[in-house]
Design a protein around this ligand. Structure first.
Ligand SMILES: [Zn+2]
Length: 311
């Protein structure tokens, strides 16, 4: 197997020593922000909103990069280039996707859905691929980095649900399914990544792993409908994200360090247009200097109480 390509993980900022103490006055400030810009607030979310759902983030206090400094996410070109890297990818994803299927929305997702249904929030742009905003009932959602809910054939574009694809993987690889059961039974369930990857033993051989063919064109070159490290946001999604920013009067940034340029540039764009940007994140973000207000705390301390206040 070709050696895994390495990428440098940037943006592992030091965590702050002090959190914002969330007083009634702070909650009132955020509620006022929503009252003032009612219906014209755009939410921008990242992994931090899904941590309570059991999906690890990359850069938070227990984030993947902090706990496993050497973690290398799979790169787009690795996946599409070679049969062996596709075997490795689908074998790991076969295990890694299981918890993602079971994850449920948490108070952050529900609070944002409530703020939208009550007319405060215009919509959401999320960097998350877990689909939990939609599951919680948010409607105007742009999943900037795609979703793990589908796979798509690179030959003909055919889309298949990830859960159907999973069934096919299970049928083709019964011995791998047994291997997982053994690991779970022995209490050695491997660590998961936010992108649905999983931390399998390093010496594992993937040669026996089989992946299915496309129902339509019968080739076997699938990828999940997500933007990988080294991949690009589609032009259509980028344009839509710009339109959403242009249509809004204020940004609420939650649970993201904005390290990814595709997200950071939206904050920059909003600020260049003279718009407000309120950032709620425990930990430094790339957009701190652009923020009109930064709250140094996890989203759950702000979103639910504010949504309740705006009932
Ligand atoms: Zn196809």
């Amino acid at each position: 197997m070709a050696p895994a390509a390495r990428v440098r993980i940037k943006g592992l900022y030091t965590l702050p020593k002090a959190q914002t103490v969330v007083t009634p006055a702070i909650l009132e400030t955020v509620a006022d922000f929503f009252r003032q810009y009612r219906g014209r607030v755009l939410g921008l979310t990242g992994a931090g909103v899904s941590v309570l759902s059991g999906i690890p983030d990359y850069r938070g206090s227990n984030g993947t990069y902090r706990v496993y400094g050497s973690y290398t996410p799979i790169l787009h070109h690795e996946l599409i280039q070679q049969h062996t890297s596709r075997q490795r990818y689908w074998a790991r994803s076969f295990f890694g996707i299981k918890p993602a299927f079971q994850a449920e929305p948490n108070t952050n997702h529900y609070a944002l859905a409530t703020l939208e249904s009550r007319g405060y929030l215009a919509g959401l742009i999320t960097q998350n691929v877990d689909g939990l905003h939609l599951q919680a009932g948010s409607r105007n959602v742009l999943e900037l980095h795609g979703t793990l809910k589908y796979v798509k054939c690179l030959g003909c574009g055919f889309r298949e649900s990830r859960s159907e694809f999973q069934k096919r993987l299970e049928e083709m690889n019964p011995e791998w399914a047994d291997f997982w059961c053994q690991m779970v039974r022995s209490g050695k369930e491997p660590a998961r990544r936010p992108d649905g990857d999983v931390d399998l033993p390093p010496n594992l051989e993937y040669e026996s792993f089989k992946y299915p063919k496309c129902h339509k064109c019968h080739t076997g070159n699938f990828m999940p409908t997500v933007v990988f490290f080294g991949g690009n946001v589609s032009e259509m999604d980028r344009e839509r994200s710009y339109r959403m920013v242009d249509d809004a009067d204020a940004l609420l940034v939650c649970g993201t360090s904005l390290t990814t340029f595709s997200a950071y540039r939206l904050v920059k764009r909003a600020r260049e247009q003279g718009k407000q940007a309120l950032i709620v994140n425990y930990g430094q973000t790339r957009g701190d200097a652009d923020a009109t207000l930064k709250l140094e705390t996890v989203c759950e301390n702000i979103l639910s109480p504010v949504a309740a206040q705006l009932a």
